[in-house]
Write a protein that binds this ligand. Structure first.
Ligand code: ATP
Length: 276
């Protein structure tokens, strides 16, 4: 394949079928896959493909998973960075890093750039100083990102994906036409999606009964769980079974694991600072 396994966070391996549920989101990104697979088809017609899309929704709902799946299905390299990696930089290094990222992407095109937690660099410039006093630096980095986005020509075959769960604090300049004008929602999974996510993760586990025996019941016990929480439940159940020297996972371990993950989630939400 054309996917470079040396790239950090290579999308290699994650397929659309690994993203359970999220039917609409998957449909929406199909046009990017088609474009990445065959950019010349679009170039010949003079069609302008959207430059990128913003993946929105709470943590653990498969945003990164979907981005990686687009890279795998489109058979292109996946250049991933976290927004916070840019703001830790001082002395204009954040902006330089943005420049380098886009330079690298143009070299490797067709490819995907994925910026996780883009709100770290993309927060509203008007809101002024960030707590760490790095606001000017962050502003420079954001400006550089806007410049680079505008500089990418649709025919170059670079698709820019970014994710955030803080759409409300994003600088509106990022959302103008020709920038992140496509928004793809990845919400918490509903009952049937939770069932599908359980099914997917239970496939890798030795169970007493078929996965479908458990997935429906477990889905009904896990209102408000994200995909990441469900993956966590399944693994906790397997760990628990192993600790107790069981030969397979049963409903008992799964229910125990759900309790544990609920406990963890409650602790997490209590830890959120009041000004958030
Ligand atoms: P964050 O905003 O915290 O980065 P995210 O939305 O990018 O969250 P992912 O990193 O994609 O979340 O998901 C974390 C893990 O949760 C995945 O590696 C996978 O194991 C599981 N997961 C999340 N959503 C799904 C899904 N729809 N189907 C299957 N597994 C899922």
């Amino acid at each position: 394949t054309m996917i470079d396994p040396l790239l950090p966070g290579s999308g290699r391996g994650v397929k659309f079928s690994d993203v359970a549920g999220a039917k609409e989101a998957k449909q929406e990104v199909m046009e990017f896959v088609d474009f990445l697979k065959n950019p010349t088809k679009y170039q010949k017609l003079g069609a302008k493909v959207p430059k990128g899309a913003l993946l929105l929704g709470p943590p653990g709902c498969g945003k990164t998973l979907l981005a990686k799946a687009i890279a795998t299905e489109g058979q292109v390299p996946f250049l991933a960075m976290n927004g916070s990696e840019f703001i830790e930089m001082i002395g204009g290094l954040g902006a330089a890093r943005v420049r380098d990222l886009f330079k690298e992407a143009k070299k490797r095109a067709p490819c995907i750039i994925y910026i996780d937690e883009i709100d770290a660099i993309g927060r509203k410039r008007s809101t002024g100083a960030s707590v760490d006093g790095g606001s000017q630096e962050t502003e420079q980095t954001l400006n550089q990102l806007l410049v680079e986005m505008d500089g990418i020509l649709s025919k170059e075959g670079v698709v820019l994906l970014a994710s955030t769960n803080r759409f409300d604090i994003l600088d509106k300049a990022l959302l103008r036409p020709g920038r992140f004008d496509r928004h793809i929602m990845m919400e918490l999974p509903n009952l049937d999606e939770r069932r599908q996510i359980f099914n997917h993760h239970l496939k890798g586990i030795i169970l007493e009964k078929p996965a479908t025996f458990y997935s429906k019941r477990m889905a009904s016990l896990t209102l408000g769980f994200s995909g990441a929480d469900i993956a966590n439940v399944v693994n906790e159940a397997a760990l628990f079974a192993a600790r107790n020297a069981k030969k397979c996972v049963t409903a008992e371990e799964l229910e125990y694991a759900i309790e544990r993950v609920v406990g963890g989630t409650e602790k997490r939400s209590q830890a959120v600072s009041p000004e958030e």
